[in-house]
Ligand binder design. Structure first.
Ligand code: ADP
Ligand code: MG
Length: 674
């Protein structure tokens, strides 16, 4: 790769600034998509200009410089063409006067607007008239900038990069032809210096297609490779599973049945399962995982369930142990950072010897510290990133590739499932368990808080418990309208709710303290648990019926939905109260939560309201920084996907397309987004 300093005009200092923007080579500059365009493409006569963005072609004369009373440096001049003159002004651009040649013609682009008493063009860009202006008289590209680097410089460097670099085609020619795409160089050049908005559209179409094609290809190739791995054939132990299902205190929902069936089938196939189980909070994914793990244990093999936090791992271990028949329950082993060394060693030994067949712990712990005897299945709970690397790590711990079941409560709009989860098979639990009393959600203003907490005394007297979640408040922010830190809310509630047990839980507490508090909460020794979002994912406390979110405007839609999913899980109807920071900060998404309970619908809504970033945000992904394509463009997604499948079917070899290979190989390590 040639260096950015090879570009004409880029010295050491500028290079550093460009690197700051992630631009390390000429091709980086070329692929640096503008954030927007200012339309200065119409060149008008001076007489015909109207307030707004304008471009004229004129001579600049009567140039004077002065300082205003306030010390502002002002350069004034007149710009004239054959139809008239207009005043132009620059503020604090001392070099301007010297840089202008009164005998030359310039393109002058800027905003024609009222400044003091006159209409003037203030701070215009101007450049000598030429056949290919960069900063004026065109659709002018605007870029992300950094201090010390101007838009003019970036445009010039980008143009130079094109002059000095050969941009080659990355897509197979038959795809370019078939899809009627413009070639790569043309597309990128039009992206920066378009002749028209139509040219931008064509460029976007080409580059967007390329992005989605590469993504689809990466996940299709991953899927193909994965399917070629050998995995253990794990037979369906019908009687064990049927008996277990019968022993449950509830009937499985249809979706649970279907998902469990798909999982059991996958494991008999001999090639590794890579399935995503997607279901809203409280939809009952754990029992599906338990069926899978039980089935593996019945075959004498091991399963591991990895949870994102210690808390969840512990809870999973407890739940699963409780619902399994005694013989199998004794094969459940929890591995938790909070355990004493002796216990941990004993657990690890049991895992190594194979006595432990259902192993539960956090991702970190399992991936780093554990040796298995015969690992057949890995269940991954609520982790947004389990990619090729993590999978390899797991594989190295097993005789063959373990079957993998990913579980997520982050509902993805159906239209996006294929793009985001292209390399997995997907099962969805859409229906809620039948006994589920839905949770009502209400926005309350801060001034209603005291009354609310007062009214909740009777709820607590009836034995129910309450979650209060506070946003993470940075030190600097602490002087907000009212203090929302967990500590201060905890203190306040203790004084408001005398005679009730109000406990505090936050991320920075030692694991053992957290565990102790959680245990007390589970045992109903605590009435109100004030916490940060440590309780967000997965915690299951059927006796808790009220969720109060303080500073609710500081949370995203998906997160709030997750939080309220913590209540209304048992036989008791749940209530969720969203309390914004102050009366003026009630964002629309809070209203949406009041009326909508369906996680999938909320995800669709989020996508519409805030764009894909909303969804990615909750997924903590790193892969899908789509630069051009829109993730909502389902038609293009489908086309790109079918082109990728056609490419594979043709038996095309990536080695024939070295640049495409570089892109796809990078994506292959990060596309598995679950
Ligand atoms: P999640 O999908 O969020 O992980 P869980 O697996 O924790 O949900 O299940 C939530 C609660 O619902 C648990 O208390 C579980 O015992 C209960 N549950 C699961 N399936 C059913 C069902 N079919 N009928 C009634 N309750 C169920
Ligand atoms: Mg769960």
């Amino acid at each position: 790769m040639s260096s950015i300093q090879d570009i004409k005009g880029v010295g050491e200092t500028t290079a550093k600034l460009l690197v700051k923007l992630g631009l390390q080579s000429p091709i980086d500059l070329i692929e640096n998509i503008p954030r927007k365009y200012d339309d200065y493409s119409r060149v008008m006569s001076v007489r015909s200009i109207k307030p707004g963005p304008v471009t004229i072609q004129a001579r600049i004369h009567a140039i004077t410089s002065r300082y205003s009373k306030k010390g502002l440096h002002i350069t004034e001049a007149l710009a004239s063409d054959s139809t008239g003159s207009v005043k132009i002004m620059w503020f604090n651009q001392r070099y301007r006067a010297q840089s202008l040649n009164p005998d030359a013609e310039y393109f002058i682009s800027g905003d024609f607007a009222q400044s003091y008493r006159y209409l003037v063009i203030a701070n215009p860009s101007c450049e000598l008239v030429s056949a290919f202006p960069l900063h004026t008289a065109r659709l002018v590209p605007q870029y992300r900038l950094t201090k010390g680097l101007s838009a003019n410089q970036l445009r010039k460097f980008t143009k130079n990069a094109f002059d000095q670099t050969k941009v080659t085609e990355t897509l197979p020619q038959w795809i370019v032809d078939e899809k009627e795409l413009v070639d790569r160089r043309t597309a990128l050049f039009s992206m920066h210096f378009p002749e028209s908005l139509m040219a931008v559209d064509k460029a976007r179409k080409r580059l967007g297609f390329e992005e989605l094609f590469e993504m689809s290809l990466a996940s299709a190739l991953n899927k193909q490779d994965f399917a070629q791995e050998k995995a253990q054939h794990i037979p369906f132990s019908e009687s064990t599973v049927v008996e277990f299902v019968k022993s449950l205190s509830f009937e499985l929902t249809n979706d649970q049945r279907k998902s469990a069936w798909a999982v059991l089938q996958d494991m008999t196939s001999g090639s590794p399962m890579n399935r995503l189980l997607e279901g809203d909070v409280g939809s009952g994914k754990t029992v599906v995982a338990t069926i899978a793990m039980l089935n593996v244990a019945a075959d004498g093999k091991q399963s591991v369930l990895m949870a994102p936090t210690e808390l969840l791992a512990t809870q999973h271990a407890n739940t699963i142990e409780k619902i399994l028949p005694k013989g199998v329950a004794s094969q459940v082993v929890l591995l938790s950072a909070g355990m004493k060394k002796q216990q941990k060693d004993a657990a690890k030994l049991a895992i190594k010897k194979g006595d432990a067949r259902l192993i539960i712990g956090t991702h970190a712990l399992i991936q780093d510290k554990v040796e298995f005897n015969d690992l057949g299945l890995a269940v991954i709970d609520e982790q947004h990133r389990f990619g090729v690397e993590q999978r390899k790590k797991l594989q190295s711990k097993a005789k063959t590739m373990p079957h993998i079941l990913n579980m997520t409560a982050t509902p993805i709009p159906r239209s996006l499932t294929l793009t985001l989860y292209g390399e997995m098979d997907v099962s969805i639990i859409a229906e809620k368990p039948g006994n589920r009393t839905s949770t009502t959600t209400k926005i309350l203003l801060p001034e209603q808080r005291k009354t609310l907490y007062e009214s909740l005394k009777s709820v607590m007297d009836n034995g129910r418990q309450i979650f209060v979640v506070c946003p993470l408040i940075e030190e600097g922010e602490a002087k907000a309208a009212r203090s929302l830190s967990v500590e201060s809310i905890h203190k306040q509630l203790k004084s408001w709710l005398k005679g009730y047990e109000v406990a505090l839980l936050h991320g920075k507490m030692p694991a053992s303290d957290k565990q102790a508090i959680m245990n007390d909460f589970i045992k109903n020794k605590i009435n109100v648990l004030v916490s940060t979002t440590v309780i967000e994912v997965g915690v299951d406390i059927p006796n808790a019926s009220v969720m109060i979110v303080e500073g609710a405007d500081k949370f995203g839609l998906a997160q709030l939905h997750q939080l309220r999913g913590r209540v209304g899980r048992g036989v008791h109807a749940g209530s969720c109260y969203l309390i914004p920071t102050d009366n003026d900060s009630v964002p629309k998404r809070l209203r949406v939560l009041e009326s909508e309970n369906d996680g999938f619908k909320l995800a669709e809504y989020d996508l519409e309201l805030r764009g894909p970033g909303a969804i990615y945000g909750t997924m903590q992904h790193g892969a899908l920084d789509l630069r051009v394509a829109k993730i909502t463009d389902t038609k293009m997604i489908a086309e790109a996907r079918s082109a990728a499948l056609a490419y594979i079917k043709k038996g095309e070899n990536l080695l024939k397309y070295p640049q495409l290979k570089v892109h796809v190989d990078r994506l292959r390590t990060i596309t598995n987004l679950n």
